[in-house]
Design a protein around this ligand. Sequence first.
Ligand SMILES: Cc1cc2nc3c(=O)[nH]c(=O)nc-3n(C[C@H](O)[C@H](O)[C@H](O)COP(=O)(O)O)c2cc1C
Ligand code: SF4
Length: 355
Amino acid sequence: MLTQKFRLGELTLNNRIVLPPMVSRLATDGGFVTGELLAHYHKRRGPGLVVVEATAISPEGKLAPLQLGAFLPQHQEGLRELAQTIQQNGTRAIVQIHHAGSHTDLEATGGRDLLSPSGIAVRQTPSRSLKEDEIYRLIHQYYIAAKRVLALGFAGIEIHAAHGYLIGQFLSPLTNKRSDSWGGSLEARAQFLKEILLRVRKLVGPDQILALRLGLEDWREGGLKIEEGLRVGKLALEWGVDLLDISFGLPGPWPQAPDEFSSLLHLSKKAKDAGLGPTIGVGEIRTAEQAQLALERGMADLVAVGRGMLADPAWARKALGQESGAINSCRLCTNCKVREGQCPAQMSCKKIGGD
Ligand SMILES: Cc1cc2nc3c(=O)[nH]c(=O)nc-3n(C[C@H](O)[C@H](O)[C@H](O)COP(=O)(O)O)c2cc1C
Ligand code: SF4
């Protein structure tokens, strides 16, 4: 099944493997594409779909100083080259656009105020509550960033609404305490997402897709419940989403997994069982056999392999039988050390810094 093509409307993916979005910290501090960043993606060629790492829609929305950006027209030149680099071998690429809200720090935002629905910090740095005109400005910034990206030959766009970043902060009752039309009921908390999706949908061409990385539940007491996440998923499909990239919401301790698959991958199964999809499932897939089994068991329609592909850039090609040799399996460190050149999977095969 891994090698099977997958159709999403008029878009055909060559196989069922996805490189999920992973901030590489290889952009410049202005958010521009670098040669190193292009090489990082070129080395990981082979998946049917690549979701390019979280790309900031505005400078104060950055989650890391060296994060990719789409908040200036000048960002387009490098992003166009990125689209060509990734897609030259038949892989299709979409770009994840992102705003961190209060889930960041002043180093990443360059000293700019952190913004959030209700001035509630996800980390330590205090944030400022958004005024209504600022909410509309942010919606417009998502729209403009999407417009810039979609004009460059990418196969679509992904909206980041997971992991406790800005859209997730609107969705969660822990971080959205607003008493106006943007807070309260689930529908009101989802209004920010709805406004973004309805606008961005209009930009998406017939051979492009609109994906949503959705945090299906918060992993914090009192946060977004799975029933609510499923409801948001259903609404998002009604608002024009073509593909649900399922993950968690506000971060916390990982729940116990019921079987050999991770609790994260099980969230995708829950979405599918609720009749939502197509989905991308992700979480601790390290071998081709695990990925194949996940598809056979109906955990997801497409399987994403994140750290596995950081550990072994040839992961997809090896799993698809296009390249020989055993996969250098990711050790699932809690704190990924690929960037620091200390990835044990790469050290064991003497390829330090080789990603
Ligand atoms: C270094 C690193 C950077 C990440 N950056 C992003 C990101 O930009 N956007 C996102 O939605 N998830 C991000 N993630 C989460 C991954 O997309 C993926 O969901 C997660 O690593 C679980 O998959 P895995 O067990 O296969 O690694 C990141 C993960 C890692 C390890
Ligand atoms: S540093 Fe650890 S988590 Fe990251 S790819 Fe290497 S083994 Fe996996």
